[in-house]
Design a protein around this ligand. Structure first.
Ligand code: SAH
Length: 244
């Protein structure tokens, strides 16, 4: 099992595979107000930037689990680069149903709630690895504005308007599930640009290097349509937040 190749082409230059910047990740880590030695489980850890920088800057320890062999290898390299191999480890595997024992202080899923079949199921999954009184950290899209029609929702890579909630509704959903929302760090349009616009140069450079690759037509088509589609739909309608 591995992540489809188009993702690793599109996000080949990314250390962070969501619309948060290094600065926003740092703000989020500090916002937790937890001591060195805090134990973190990060499901769908991507290239490990959150765990590695928090290990370096905050003295946290932890385990990341991700289904992408490419991203997991990058995460291990990053741990070496930042000198935190004694604090973090990265497991290549499916995070669906992944539970640790002993339980951790922080259980996170930042941008992959499909591993629990949605926000509610992911909260339940994270809860099974969390010590009593621990913090859960979930990153999830929301609508900045209600999409007026199906076309707009699909322009945001959603299947329909009901895929996401407005921010206050997402916060209320956690309340309905029995959790307190105690902090949040949100993407903004500039940080969305760092995530999405940075993909276009990855695509362009990959095409230059791999013109004969079997995926070249798909990558070519994406590069032709994606920038305008992003500007028209996602940048206007889609927000993203990470909340403990
Ligand atoms: N949290 C990371 C990555 C978010 S992108 C960050 O913020 O940078 C979504 C990630 O989910 C990708 O790295 C992808 O490989 C991973 N993923 C998708 N399905 C998964 C699964 N079933 N189990 C583990 N990881 C998964």
């Amino acid at each position: 099992m591995d992540l489809p190749r188009i993702f690793t082409i599109r996000e080949s230059g990314h250390r962070i595979h969501n619309p948060l910047t290094p600065h926003k990740f740092a703000v989020l880590g500090e916002a937790l107000r937890l001591p060195p030695g805090t134990r973190v489980l990060d499901l769908a850890s991507g290239s490990g930037e959150m765990l590695c920088t928090w290990a370096r800057d905050l003295g946290f320890t932890g385990t990341g689990v991700d289904v992408s062999s490419v991203f997991t290898a990058q995460a291990r390299d990053r741990a070496v680069e930042l000198g935190v191999t004694d604090r973090v480890e990265f497991v290549h595997g499916d995070a669906t149903g992944y539970v640790t024992d002993p339980p951790v202080d922080v259980a996170a899923c930042v941008g992959a709630t499909w591993i629990g079949d949605g926000v509610a199921g992911t909260a339940e999954l994270l809860g099974r690895s969390l010590r009593p009184g621990g913090l859960m950290l979930i990153g999830e899209p929301y609508w900045r504005r209600t999409p007026p029609d199906q076309e707009t929702a699909e322009g945001c890579h959603a299947t329909g308007p009901s895929d996401f909630l407005l921010l206050h509704e997402l916060i209320e959903q956690f309340g309905d599930l029995g959790y307190d929302v105690v902090e949040m760090v949100l993407a903004d349009q500039d940080s969305w640009d760092r995530y999405c616009a940075a993909q276009w140069l990855n695509l362009r450079r990959w095409l230059d290097r791999n013109p004969q690759d079997e995926m070249a037509p798909e990558v070519r088509a994406e590069l032709s349509t994606e920038p305008a589609r992003y500007a028209r739909y996602m940048r206007e309608y889609l927000g993203w937040g990470s909340s403990p």
